[in-house]
Design a protein around this ligand. Structure first.
Ligand SMILES: C[S@@+](CC[C@H](N)C(=O)[O-])C[C@H]1O[C@@H](n2cnc3c(N)ncnc32)[C@H](O)[C@@H]1O
Length: 298
């Protein structure tokens, strides 16, 4: 959704921007091109391989771009420390890059046999295999239900638990074959893999924590654009943006929102922007993408 992102973020020369999920660097390249000659961009990602690839792609912008490894909820602090705030625009493009999905060694896909890793940062934390092998059925059920909306989560969790120890993607795929039910036309293992990836990377908690802080980093008139790929992420973004836009609805129980007590945000997208038919035809993975945008008021 590169054109849509550039339209809503309106990068301009001299501006200060953030790409909080640089991935392969496609969106970053567009932001740098459109903010030439002196707009600057902070690129972050939890995945060191992504940063390395993006650095090569963006080498011609040397001097206008900084790369840092960071989880989404750490990015606001990094932006402050590096003097990138206030930001004129920030992008978060959640989920997985094609490079990650297609690399069997990363263990994200049931289409490729490989170690069941699934960590965005392979140097820290628990792999998906460790999560499975060290969890009981109740916790596995919780992961599958909360992070994958897996149908018959208890039965699927029992099947996984009985198949332990699990160390590869194909072992997990085979363990749920015939038990996991698909929603729509997707492969039955899709939501099981999604659930474990979200758990291994603590993705939903990081997203919830990051959103108010990212809004806090914006300059007046600055915009935050978030692209999500499944309903759990989209619900978090939609509800957070609505809360930010109607301060009276903000819940004081969330300590994090107190930082926003003087902030007013305008919803730029009341309904999410979806990818064009042409983009979906060219890249089937884009079909579930949703783009939501807010703008910080003065
Ligand atoms: C869909 S890709 C981004 C693609 C990128 N916009 C491009 O143009 O190539 C998502 C990226 O976000 C990173 N990511 C996902 N969740 C993250 C999180 N919570 N913290 C940091 N990075 C995250 C992944 O490692 C991946 O590289």
């Amino acid at each position: 959704m590169i054109d849509e992102v550039l339209t809503v973020l309106r990068p301009r020369p001299g501006g200060s921007y953030l790409d909080g999920t640089v991935g392969g660097g496609g969106h970053s390249e567009g932001l740098l091109d459109h903010s030439s000659p002196d707009g600057r961009l902070l690129c972050t990602d939890a995945d060191p391989d992504a940063l390395e690839r993006a650095s090569k792609r963006l080498i011609r912008f040397n001097g206008r771009v900084i790369m840092r490894q960071a989880w989404l909820d750490e990015v606001p602090a990094v932006a402050h420390t590096l003097g990138y705030t206030p930001l004129d625009g920030a992008l978060v493009d959640l989920g997985l890059s094609s490079d990650q999905l297609d690399n069997a060694a990363r263990g994200f896909s049931f289409m490729h046999d490989g170690p069941l890793d699934m960590r965005f940062d392979p140097t820290h934390g628990y792999t998906a295999a460790q999560l499975i092998n060290q969890s009981d059925v109740a916790y596995l059920t919780h992961i599958l239900r909360e992070y994958g909306e897996v149908l018959r989560a208890g039965k699927v969790a029992e099947a996984i638990w009985s198949a332990r120890p699990i160390s590869t993607t194909f072992q997990l795929r085979d363990a749920v074959a015939g038990i996991a039910r698909s929603r729509g036309r997707i492969h039955p293992a899709t939501q099981v893999f999604q659930a474990l990836r979200i758990a291994a990377n603590d993705e939903l908690r990081r997203l919830s924590d990051a959103l108010p802080q990212l809004v806090d980093c914006l300059a007046p008139g600055g915009r935050l654009a978030v692209i999500t790929f499944h309903s759990l992420e989209d619900r978090i973004v939609k509800q957070a943006f609505r809360r930010f836009a109607t301060r009276s609805d903000m819940q004081p129980e969330a300590e994090i929102y107190t930082a926003l007590s003087n902030v007013t945000v305008r919803l730029i997208t009341h309904k999410p922007i979806m990818p064009s038919e042409a983009e979906v035809a060219a890249n089937a993975r884009a079909r579930s993408a949703k783009l939501r945008v807010v703008e910080k008021l003065g």
